[in-house]
Design a binder for this molecule. Structure first.
Ligand code: BTN
Length: 248
């Protein structure tokens, strides 16, 4: 089935689709659930201040402007879960059985990163106004440059090529469906699905906290977004506290 997004802007080149969407919000021109797709970004941004690079026209580069007045900003992890699952839904439709979500919201195919999510917010006083949901998903790209040499794509995993724009439209709808589930009060079910597909669940991983690297077993992710692991006792980590250093 070909799914058509109603509010999709398609740009040839932009600094960052997140910047473009955010500028529309700041100018008061944004419409709820408007999406911006770009063939190319000159300043694609990732989490933790990293760059996000993507070969022209090969991959999904998408930002969705979502009104968020219906949710307290303290629950922002719930949106992150919903978006990650929308991405999971799309990728696992084309590559079933080999997709996982790495905490907090990277999309992995066969234990390698294929996509990432950068959500940026506007807040008025204490109230959440808008979320710009930026998604970069590797689709047809085969060769990656340093520091992303280890990245993968849908094409590498399935040995097929895809039409990127229709796929982006489909992704848009999958993500909005998951956000609708969240809006309808289904967060605990979403979290359960997220945990079912959590990368490294039940496995020993290396985590880095400050300067220390240690081994611990991943149990799951809590409703507040903490990574729960177990050694002698159960431990919980916030996203900014630890960095993944690999599976054992
Ligand atoms: C990450 O894994 O670090 C998140 C990457 C997010 C990249 C996307 S591409 C579309 C949107 N525009 C940006 O500048 N970044 C996000």
């Amino acid at each position: 089935m070909f799914l058509k997004a109603e509010n999709l802007f398609v740009l040839d080149r932009v600094d960052s689709t997140n910047n473009y969407a955010m500028a529309m919000i700041q100018k008061g021109n944004a419409k709820d659930r408007t999406a911006v797709f770009a063939m190319e970004q000159t300043n694609g941004r990732g989490r933790r201040g990293r760059r996000w690079s993507s070969n022209k026209g090969d991959n999904i580069i998408l930002s969705i402007s979502q009104q968020m007045q219906w949710m307290p900003i303290s629950q922002q992890f719930q949106l992150s879960v919903s978006v990650a699952l929308g991405c999971f839904d799309l990728v696992s439709k084309y590559a079933p059985g080999i997709v996982s979500v790495k905490w907090p919201n990277d999309i992995f195919i066969n234990d390698t990163k294929a996509g990432g999510i950068l959500i940026e917010n506007t807040i008025k006083g204490t109230l959440w106004q808008w979320a710009v949901i930026g998604i970069g998903l590797n689709v047809n790209q085969i060769h990656f440059e340093s520091p992303n040499l280890n990245a993968t794509s849908l094409s590498i995993a399935t040995k097929k090529t895809y039409e990127v724009l229709p796929l982006a439209e489909e992704l848009y709808l999958f993500v909005l469906n998951r956000i609708d589930e969240l809006k309808a009060g289904a967060f605990l079910g979403l979290l359960e699905t997220y945990n079912q597909h959590l990368f490294g669940k039940g496995r020993i991983v290396k985590l880095k906290k400050q300067d220390e690297i240690f081994e611990t077993k991943i149990i799951g992710v809590s409703a507040s977004g903490q990574l729960i692991t177990h050694n002698d006792a159960e431990m919980g980590f916030n996203f900014d506290e630890v960095e993944f250093k690999g599976l054992l």
